[in-house]
Design a protein around this ligand. Structure first.
Ligand code: UDP
Length: 403
């Protein structure tokens, strides 16, 4: 198939470039590569945020990245990108007019908007992975949510009009149905993990004899890193290593890094908390392997790639029972679920695990098994293609019925 991936703010190139890429960049890069490896031809359309970027760039064999002119050729926060989506749509129409893809798979609601507009004009079936939902964000973040006011309305419109919605978790399916999505147009396809990169065996990041909790996360409040620090006084002797945010030498300028340090100082655990700053993907497996436990305790989480990466490295995950983490981390099999925003519960679970090394080993092995059996990108790509085929079959059926 000829697949157009549309990812307006999250370029797959950011993954290679070592920018502190979030889950969407990783997802688009890995899914596109896996689709190409199984014989499909993928073009990723992403916004040009640097004047020096070429229009087209080969990412891997059969995956090309196209930089779309929409808005200034400089970095623009994603919450300020909506006004540029009309221009993005126009560019997609031009590209697809020259060679129509078999499917347009948009990532994030703004890509969904631009793609739906362009696809309608050119006659291409559409699929959409939201990655995060405005309604969930608003409920969790309240006035701190900086998304455009129109986001929830547009997302609901997309839920009703996009040919195929690809949800990454069961919780998301329920949200989409509440937004008016038709069950017959909705597929559940999780994110995957690079099983050749995130492995049980391999180098291990240097560590002390202390029990080690590792967090790998963007430094944003809703990721609940502060809650892990708050748990630390009640987990005697354990150390917490946090990867993420800007490079190490720029952490002093990062608001969230400063907030986390001040929580650690307030709780008297600053000597047991280490912020590493951004860790390159190449170095992440060794860091995961050095952990007794990886903590993923966000307040909400559309999917949560870090939990999968840790599982693939054979490390137990203590995860908030929210969003995608409810599906990926199976309580008692690959980790333990805790309620979000409950440092006391988190501390109780961590103490219990650290007192039971055999259980840690069992959970680690359970996670590696689960990651291998369920979450290879190859399997995820095959399920994605099934969703595309269902979409195309349905579009043809509707066209025939109307015709
Ligand atoms: N990540 C990274 N280096 C870091 C911190 C994070 O490469 O220092 C990666 C991490 O390995 C994961 C992604 O960023 O692949 C974060 O994805 P996740 O779904 O957990 O959270 P998101 O950032 O999408 O909210």
């Amino acid at each position: 198939m000829r697949i157009a991936m549309v990812s307006e703010h999250a370029s797959p190139l950011a993954v290679l470039g070592g920018v502190d890429a979030g889950g969407q960049n990783v997802h688009v890069a890995a899914l596109s590569s896996a689709l190409a490896a199984s014989g499909h031809e993928v073009t990723v359309y992403t916004r040009r945020d640097d004047a020096d970027l070429p229009e087209r760039l080969a990412f891997v064999d059969n995956v090309e990245v196209v930089h779309v002119d929409a808005g200034p050729a400089t970095p623009v926060p994603k919450d300020a990108l909506l006004p540029h989506m009309r221009a993005f749509e126009e560019e997609l129409v031009k590209h697809w007019g020259h060679g129509r893809p078999d499917i347009a798979h948009a990532h994030f609601w703004m890509s969904g908007l631009a793609s739906l507009g362009a696809a309608g004009r050119v006659g291409v079936p559409t699929a959409l992975t939201y990655h995060a939902l405005g309604s969930v964000k608003r409920a969790e973040q309240g006035h701190k949510d900086s998304s455009p006011a129109e986001r929830c309305l547009i997302e609901a419109m997309l839920a009703q009009r996009t040919d195929r919605l690809i949800a990454t978790s069961n919780e998301e399916i329920f949200s989409l149905l509440r937004m008016g999505a038709r069950p017959s147009s909705t597929s559940l396809v999780p994110c995957g993990v690079d099983l050749a990169h995130f492995t049980v065996e391999g180098p291990v990041h240097a560590r002390s004899a202390a029990r080690r909790i590792v967090v790998v996360s963007r430094l944003v409040e809703r990721k609940g890193i502060g809650n892990v620090i708050e748990a630390l006084p009640s987990v005697p002797g354990a150390e917490l290593v946090i990867a993420g945010g800007p490079p190490w030498d720029q952490l002093d300028d990062d608001v969230e890094a400063r907030r986390l340090r001040s929580i650690a100082a307030d709780r008297g655990v600053e000597d047991r908390v280490q912020l590493l700053g951004r860790v390159e993907r190449a170095d992440l497996p060794a860091l995961y392997r050095s952990a007794d436990v990886v903590a993923c305790t966000p307040w909400y989480e559309p999917f949560g790639l870090v939990a999968l990466e840790a599982m693939a490295c054979g490390v137990p995950v203590v995860a908030s029972a929210v969003g995608g983490l409810i599906d990926t981390v199976v309580d008692g099999v690959s980790g333990v679920h805790v309620p979000p925003r409950r440092p006391d519960e988190l501390a109780r679970v961590l103490r219990g695990l650290f007192a039971a090394p055999a259980q840690l080993r069992t959970l680690g092995a359970g996670g590696a098994r689960r990651a291998g059996q369920r979450y290879s990108w190859r399997a995820v790509a095959a399920e994605t293609v099934d969703a595309y085929r269902a979409t195309r079959a349905k579009v043809v059926e509707v066209v025939e019925r109307v015709g």
